[in-house]
Design a protein around this ligand. Structure first.
Ligand code: GRG
Length: 309
């Protein structure tokens, strides 16, 4: 660009987006909102079990994705927070049930004993059920400043994403595939787009619905989310092989132990890393029309491949 007096105008550099500061701020806000969302009342045991896992830390990636998408599309954090908390409740319940002896049978999660190890299997099942039901109640009862029609759309979308057409379906095929070493890439992709991808996509889609995005914006946001969802799982598979229990906060090497076919077992670690990176680049391309407003979602996509737990 050239100024009217002929001298080049210095390019205005906006300060670089700092993901680490952004994540820390959002994590504190989400943590406080989750803490407020679930008081302990009678019968105390079940509320304590629900809070034990809900407030056990974790990256809080799902609520942050929801809030970031809502803000990108002109909404506010306040509009998105009840749904953001509900997404973390659903994610947490899926971890509690996944860790049960009838499923993955894990003793550690998020650096502490799993829910059933502390409260017993009966309470852990009920804590998961309680969190799932409460997530939907929480969206319906606590979302403010959003047209009721959009809230209904969020509830319908999420109901589908967590049921047999989403997380539950992915978990079913995952369990049925254990010990079968002839699992094809198509089945593996079904498992992960449903078991992991459906909820990550929901975070972005629900944030978009709450803010009232257009159909074409929603298509781009969905493609972004599908790409980061698959990349997230590829990295998860790699970390299961390359990281320690201390780094992961859960038992490492589980996939090999359970004889699970994974992306690294099909493609090798280096090719898996390259594929995850390709997916992240494809995700970022979808955000180009949103310009600077998309910085948090771009940085979150990059975080997925650089994360260590
Ligand atoms: C949802 C009704 C309903 C039932 C659950 C058990 C089950 C059906 C599904 C399993 C879903 C599952 C555990 C998928 C794995 C997703 C995954 C990669 C989790 C790790 O997520 P991170 O790394 O964990 O974001 P933190 O602890 O940081 O939140």
């Amino acid at each position: 660009m050239v100024a009217t007096d002929g001298r080049p105008t210095p390019k205005r550099e906006s300060p670089a987006f700092d993901l680490s500061t952004y994540l820390k701020e959002r994590q504190v806000q989400v943590e406080a909102a989750l803490d407020r969302s679930l008081p302990i009342i009678y019968p105390e045991t079940i509320y304590e079990a629900m809070r034990y896992s809900l407030l056990a830390g974790g990256k809080r990636l799902r609520p942050i994705l929801c809030i970031a998408t809502c803000e990108l599309a002109g909404g506010t954090m306040e509009m998105a927070m009840p749904t953001a908390c509900a997404l973390e409740m659903i994610h947490t319940m899926s971890l509690i049930h996944d860790d049960l002896p009838a499923m993955d049978n894990d003793d550690y999660r998020r650096g502490q004993l799993t829910n059933h190890k502390v409260y017993g299997e009966d309470m852990a099942i009920l804590a998961g059920d309680g969190l799932l039901a409460y997530a939907f109640e929480y969206i319906a009862a606590q979302t403010k400043g959003v047209p009721a029609e959009r809230v209904l759309q969020v509830i319908a979308w999420l109901g589908h994403a967590v049921g047999a057409g989403g997380l539950v379906g992915g978990q079913v095929v995952d369990l049925q595939s254990e010990g079968k070493l002839d699992i094809q890439e198509e089945t593996l992709t079904y498992i992960h787009t449903h078991k992991t991808g459906a909820l990550l996509e929901s975070c972005v889609v629900c944030g978009g619905i709450l803010a009232g995005v257009t159909n074409s914006e929603m298509e781009r946001l969905s493609r972004y989310a599908q790409n980061i969802g698959l990349a997230f799982q590829i990295i998860d598979d790699i970390l299961d092989i390359t990281s320690t229990q201390e780094e992961l906060g859960k038992t490492a090497g589980k996939d090999l132990q359970a004889q699970k076919v994974t992306y690294p077992s099909l493609w090798g670690i280096e090719t898996s890393k390259a594929k995850a990176q390709e997916l992240i680049e494809a995700a970022k391309t979808q955000l180009e029309p949103f310009g600077e407003k998309a910085e948090p979602l771009i940085a979150l996509a990059e975080f997925i491949t650089s994360r260590t737990n």
